[in-house]
Design a binder for this molecule. Sequence first.
Ligand SMILES: *[C@@H]1O[C@H](CO)[C@@H](O)[C@H](O)[C@H]1NC(C)=O
Ligand SMILES: *[C@@H]1O[C@H](CO)[C@@H](O)[C@H](O)[C@H]1NC(C)=O
Ligand SMILES: *[C@@H]1O[C@H](CO)[C@@H](O)[C@H](O)[C@H]1NC(C)=O
Ligand SMILES: *[C@@H]1O[C@H](CO)[C@@H](O)[C@H](O)[C@H]1NC(C)=O
Ligand SMILES: *[C@@H]1O[C@H](CO)[C@@H](O)[C@H](O)[C@H]1NC(C)=O
Length: 469
Amino acid sequence: MTRPRFSRKPALVRLLSVAALFSIILIAIQSSFFTGSWTPVNLDIPILSHFQSNLQQCVANRGLGLTAHIIDHCNVILKFPQGTNSTWYNEQFKIFEPLEYKYDVCEAILLWEQYRNMTTVLTREYLDSRPDGWFDYAAKRIAQLGADKCYNQTLCEEYLNLTLPAKPPFHPRQFRRCAVVGNSGDLLKTQFGEEIDSHDAVIRDNEAPVNEKYAKHVGLKRDFRLVVRGAAGNMIKILNGSDNEVLIIKSVIHRDFNAMIKKIRNPVYLFQGIVLRRGAKGTGMKSIELALSMCDIVDIYGFTVDPGYTEWTRYFSTPRKGHNPLQGRAYYQLLECLGVIRIHSPMRAKRKKDWSDVPSREMINNAHRAALHLKKKQAGQEGGLGQFVNCKVWGKSGPYGTGPVSGSTDMTDTRKDSNYNRWEIMPFESLRKEARKHYMQMEDVSLYKMDGNKLDDLVCVKHPLKSEA
Ligand SMILES: *[C@@H]1O[C@H](CO)[C@@H](O)[C@H](O)[C@H]1NC(C)=O
Ligand SMILES: *[C@@H]1O[C@H](CO)[C@@H](O)[C@H](O)[C@H]1NC(C)=O
Ligand SMILES: *[C@@H]1O[C@H](CO)[C@@H](O)[C@H](O)[C@H]1NC(C)=O
Ligand SMILES: *[C@@H]1O[C@H](CO)[C@@H](O)[C@H](O)[C@H]1NC(C)=O
Ligand SMILES: *[C@@H]1O[C@H](CO)[C@@H](O)[C@H](O)[C@H]1NC(C)=O
């Protein structure tokens, strides 16, 4: 009779896996020999190197001429092709923009993945929990205060109470797909309107108009709008036709501003992660931070990211002087290939919607774990890598959904028909399933950044679902 036979292919696979296992054991023995302790095999660097080569491929496929050059498992240089016309002249440094940019991918993964778990709206619980939150930080968010600190907290509360909810009004994983719409004139070259409106939430910027005239290009759906002080003068005009668009102010607040807020029905909050006393640079990035703190997938439209343009334009007004176009473009491409955003633009509009070269969630999670592990090891801090690893300050607050809502009593009339309270006191059960799951995994803790763009130093505030007996 015939003996059972193994086909050649499985035999080869088996042989290879034995070889692979053998080399892993060798590496393990070597590394334990050098560290003097029996540590598990360290796969951080192979995992990150694999992530890097995926990134390189992604940039090659999607970068419209950009290429990624790997330096090591963390560092990479993004290069524009030879002959790229660098037309933006930096008056300060007397140079044209360079054609290459170096990035630390490990730091970038850590930073941008962190936003997915973050609260980016200023709340009362944050000010109460942060050391000198009221005395120091609150004062920095108020213009025309006449003092650099809140020596009189009542006075500071008068300024801030209008925009200060007790608890986070929005939650990580609240939406599946969000569209972040910039102001680029490029938007007029495409008809992304319907596609933008198909998202679960749409985030817009400053005074960008939303109306029938531009509907086929930018859509009509309005959910969130990030504004700076300059745009506030136009607030009533901006909000015309939308009672519910949430305004999030990414600058300081003052009396005139508050007087206006009192007249409008729309919810108004302050963005928490702004870098104080720096220009409006990177305002598009703030929209992406806000989006990531609420959405699984972030699609961006109307950011001038394609090569070949010479100045920044706006879809609704005459061109404005641009800055750092090449630097910005390289960074947005990096973010796309890190799985943070998806770029939509005229030069990509006709392409098939194929995201297979963008890293999967599993791949990002692995790279994130490896980057975190490596970083902690280099800092000599072995041990727990849980979701609270960066919590420097802990605070405690009342149960979910309790505490004063933003606004003042004399606004009751203005807001009686608006959806203001929907955000602040939305019942837990009404949250999206993924958001509820995350809340449980985070053990009822909200994370806030201590300072703008830095990685470490989070303020972590626990507000249990039900009051603890
Ligand atoms: C580079 O840009 C400048 C300014 O827009 C233009 O005058 C010049 O012809 C461009 N050069 C090339 C090679 O495209
Ligand atoms: C603090 O500010 C409030 C509100 O402006 C004012 O009524 C009160 O007198 C101030 N307190 C002190 C000690 O200045
Ligand atoms: C601000 O709101 C808090 C919480 O509702 C309240 O305790 C405080 O009295 C308010 N302050 C002012 C000045 O209205
Ligand atoms: C609001 O929009 C309507 C119709 O689009 C227009 O007639 C009106 O002037 C606008 N109001 C303001 C304050 O812009
Ligand atoms: C974010 O939250 C998830 C739980 O939803 C957790 O597994 C993950 O470790 C957290 N990531 C970071 C960077 O805090």
